[in-house]
Write a protein that binds this ligand. Structure first.
Ligand SMILES: *Cc1c(COP(=O)(O)O)cnc(C)c1O
Length: 224
């Protein structure tokens, strides 16, 4: 179905309180569609593949903020570091270090989120909730001068069972609170909770989401 992209963006923006930022997930959509969103005032776009974000970065206006939301291989970090304004999907210490190293080379400080795995699916990437708290307590995330750790990202289980979705968001919220109040307490950057997609963003906002990542509702089915 053809979507009226600017209308969809308007509709969603009217539902979001000021404290919640919309990331328009444009992966697998052509630049013409991104430009329709841009013309409607949208500036934050989410992409999940290194090659695609680099290509679109060179084609879109300079004031677009590019959010990387997919699984990132360490050998792709170098390509994307110059384009991104926020990497949502830091799912290992090795990746955090790789981003820090590449950012250092170009004298940049990159904003990142730590991805946690709360969903039932076993294939999802991310730190386990208890694991991330342990690592944080042990200082594992300290000392990376070229990254700013700005919060947590997660995905709920892909299910129609709202009870399960609520459970997942509640876990993410509780990990976020614990990290914020006990470990990152002196770090004013640590304030973002990225969760909620087309089917569950309204629920995610009840659990304190500050960034929602919405693709299909805005752009329709992905094209490639
Ligand atoms: C694709 C994707 C989204 C957007 O999903 P929709 O259901 O199309 O809104 C959000 N977050 C992540 C991590 C994604 O990979």
């Amino acid at each position: 179905m053809m979507k009226n992209i600017s209308q969809e963006i308007e509709k969603i923006k009217n539902e979001l309180p000021q404290s919640v930022q919309l990331v328009a997930v444009s992966k697998f959509h052509p630049v013409e569609k991104l430009m329709q969103a841009y013309s409607a005032g949208q500036r934050a776009f989410g992409e999940s593949r290194a090659q695609e974000i680099v290509a679109k970065y060179s084609m879109m206006p300079d004031d677009v903020q590019w959010h990387f939301i997919g699984h990132l291989q360490t050998n792709k970090v170098k390509q994307i570091v110059p384009c991104v304004s926020l990497i949502h999907s830091i799912d290992s210490v090795k990746l955090l270090k790789a981003v820090n190293d590449e950012a250092q080379k170009i004298n940049k400080k990159i904003k990142v989120l730590l991805q946690i795995h709360v969903a039932q699916e076993e294939t999802k990437y991310g730190f386990a909730p208890n694991e991330i708290v342990e690592l944080a307590k042990n200082g594992t995330f300290d000392g990376y001068e070229n990254v700013a750790i700005c919060g947590i990202m997660t995905m709920a289980t892909n299910t129609d069972d709202e009870v399960k979705i609520r459970e997942d968001f509640a876990v993410a919220r509780s990990v976020f609170n614990q990290l914020k109040n006990e470990i990152f307490i002196a770090n004013p950057d640590f304030k973002e909770l990225s969760m909620g997609m087309s089917d569950d963003y309204k629920i995610a906002m009840e659990y304190g989401a500050t960034l929602v990542r919405i693709g299909t509702t805005i752009f329709g089915e992905r094209e490639y």
